[in-house]
Design a binder for this molecule. Structure first.
Ligand SMILES: NC(=O)c1ccc[n+]([C@@H]2O[C@H](COP(=O)([O-])OP(=O)(O)OC[C@H]3O[C@@H](n4cnc5c(N)ncnc54)[C@H](OP(=O)(O)O)[C@@H]3O)[C@@H](O)[C@H]2O)c1
Length: 213
């Protein structure tokens, strides 16, 4: 039995779609959601809904019972980045307690020197989660996902035609944008195929581009 967390979010819901496209029987897929009221489309697909929250350890112990392979979609807590680390550690600890055999974790791509970057806090949270997961003794696969191409509009802003200014990536700063949908497909592939135990994959585009030219 597979369980996907963040299943009412954009990545988790896409990952479930790809699992179904790969002909996984819906009865073999569970979804961790905070609010079952938001999970109507998943219920209609025959996915088993488990209510749980990364902040509520016992809810995850209950939800993860009988799960072999867990797709742990990283938290989007917006209050403090440290909260995300606590969420991920709670989920990994709960999975360990109930004997989950393999965790696939959505991390973030990083490069040397990230400690000085504007997104160092996000990177450190993922790094700490990766270490905790490796130390847990559970089989893991770490997906160091590239930056979502779907976020370009949010970064560039909807006034760019007037302001003619792009603040991120600025100047000659480059990013290797990759579609969230394709990252979700890769995650689904890892969930249903063998050979990924204790591996880390960096999933980015083949080219990095800036917005200067
Ligand atoms: N690579 C990138 O460029 C990039 C960009 C942005 C974010 N990310 C990371 O990738 C993750 C997935 O992306 P996304 O686009 O799917 O984000 P998203 O649409 O915001 O989904 C995040 C999911 O996490 C769930 N969640 C948040 N806090 C939770 C908690 N305390 N307990 C249980 N579930 C919780 C949310 O639940 P609800 O549905 O109930 O809100 C939602 O389903 C994000 O959470 C973030 O960590 C990566």
């Amino acid at each position: 039995m597979i369980l996907v967390t963040g299943a009412t979010g954009q990545f988790g819901s896409k990952a479930i779609e790809h699992l179904l496209n790969k002909e996984v029987n819906p009865s073999e897929i569970s979804a961790l959601v905070r609010d079952a009221g938001k999970a109507k489309s998943l219920i209609e697909k025959g996915i088993q809904i488990k209510e749980g929250d990364y902040t509520n350890y016992n809810s995850m112990v209950k939800a993860f019972q009988g799960i072999d392979k867990l797709l742990l979609v990283s938290s989007n807590d917006r209050e403090a980045i440290e909260n995300r680390t606590v969420h991920h550690k709670n989920a990994i600890k709960a999975a360990k307690e109930v004997g989950v055999k393999h965790i696939v974790y959505t991390s973030f791509v990083r490069k040397p020197g990230f400690e000085d970057s504007a997104i160092a806090d996000f990177q450190n949270s993922h790094l700490e989660t990766e270490r905790y997961l490796k130390d847990s003794g559970i089989n893991y696969t770490i997906l160091q996902n590239g930056i979502y191409a779907e976020m370009i509009l949010a970064f560039v802003g909807d006034k760019v035609a007037d302001t003619k200014t792009i603040l991120f990536p600025a100047g000659e700063g480059k990013a290797s944008w990759v579609l969230r949908d394709e990252l979700a497909e890769a995650a689904a592939h890892v969930m249903v195929t063998e050979g990924h135990k204790n591996k880390t994959y960096t999933l980015t585009n083949t080219e990095s581009v800036d917005f200067k030219s």
